[in-house]
Write a protein that binds this ligand. Structure first.
Ligand SMILES: C[S@@+](CC[C@H](N)C(=O)[O-])C[C@H]1O[C@@H](n2cnc3c(N)ncnc32)[C@H](O)[C@@H]1O
Length: 250
């Protein structure tokens, strides 16, 4: 059933509904469960958090942020008026649709009350390493159309190489979604941090389920000298919601 939380046309709501259904069907399959168990067992011996075997396995998997978390993300983005957003981990572009809707709607509201400078124009910077996933994401945004597609800039490749230049071009960043393999979470945060505005949000998925793998990232955001106030919210697997408030931590 299409969401009543998100403001969007029936066409976009139906696309989101269909994409979430495909993603959930994949995630509830036996194959993903056995992959996860095998991975946990292997990592006990190898101490490897992520390998190229995992990349191969994940190549055709959505691993989309669940619908309830996506709606919460949309509400957070709307309530904070976020217009410049970075998404670490785009996959087939499901969460990106929510972020683009929020950024576009926030910018439209600001434009009706005062002039919007080019830096404030709505922008969601997506990042996807896997070319076939990037291609599918772009198809989905095209289908979603003008409520979504114009606001997304997709960086196709490793975010550690591509994101710094794109972040440099921004005036300030309002929200960072970390929905990526856990070893990438801290590098992505460190790239974006110099441009985070006071009060910016950092949302990271699965911080309870993958707590051990998130250790470096969680240690970093819990260290008061880095300027974050953070809480693990009780969504399935845990959803970290951190706020960047540097002066209050100094
Ligand atoms: C959990 S999925 C993202 C799901 C997406 N946020 C959604 O809700 O639809 C994580 C994605 O991050 C991508 N990824 C992993 N490492 C990356 C890197 N270094 N640079 C860019 N993308 C990366 C993976 O290929 C994968 O598609």
């Amino acid at each position: 059933m299409p969401s009543s939380v998100v403001a969007a046309s029936p066409k976009v709501l139906n696309i989101l509904d269909k994409l979430h259904a495909e993603s959930s069907a994949q995630e509830s399959s036996f194959s993903i469960f056995t992959w996860w168990i095998r991975k946990q067992l292997l990592s006990l011996f190898t101490k490897e958090i992520w390998s190229s075997r995992d990349d191969d396995y994940m190549r055709d998997k959505f691993i989309a942020l669940e619908a309830d978390k996506s709606e919460f993300l949309y509400l957070l983005a709307r309530s904070t008026g976020a217009t410049c957003i970075v998404e670490a981990g785009t996959s087939f572009g499901v969460s990106t649709i929510y972020l683009a809707l929020a950024a576009g709607q926030n910018a439209a509201e600001k434009a009706s009350s005062f002039a919007v400078s080019p830096e404030q124009a709505p922008k969601v910077i997506g990042t996807e390493n896997e070319p076939s996933k990037a291609a599918r994401a772009k198809e989905h945004w095209k289908q979603a159309g003008e409520e979504v597609e114009p606001y997304i800039t997709l960086l196709e490749g490793d975010l550690r190489e591509l994101l710094p230049k794109e972040v440099d071009k921004t005036d300030r960043i309002d929200l960072l979604l970390l929905d990526i393999w856990t070893p990438m979470a801290l590098p992505a945060l460190k790239i974006v941090q110099p441009k985070l505005r006071h009060g910016a949000l950092i949302i990271a998925d699965n911080t309870t389920f993958s707590r051990a793998n998130y250790k470096e990232f969680l240690d970093y955001i819990h260290d008061p000298k880095h300027g974050f106030k953070t809480m693990t919210t009780p969504f399935r697997g845990g959803l970290e919601v951190a706020v960047y408030l540097p002066s209050e931590n100094a």
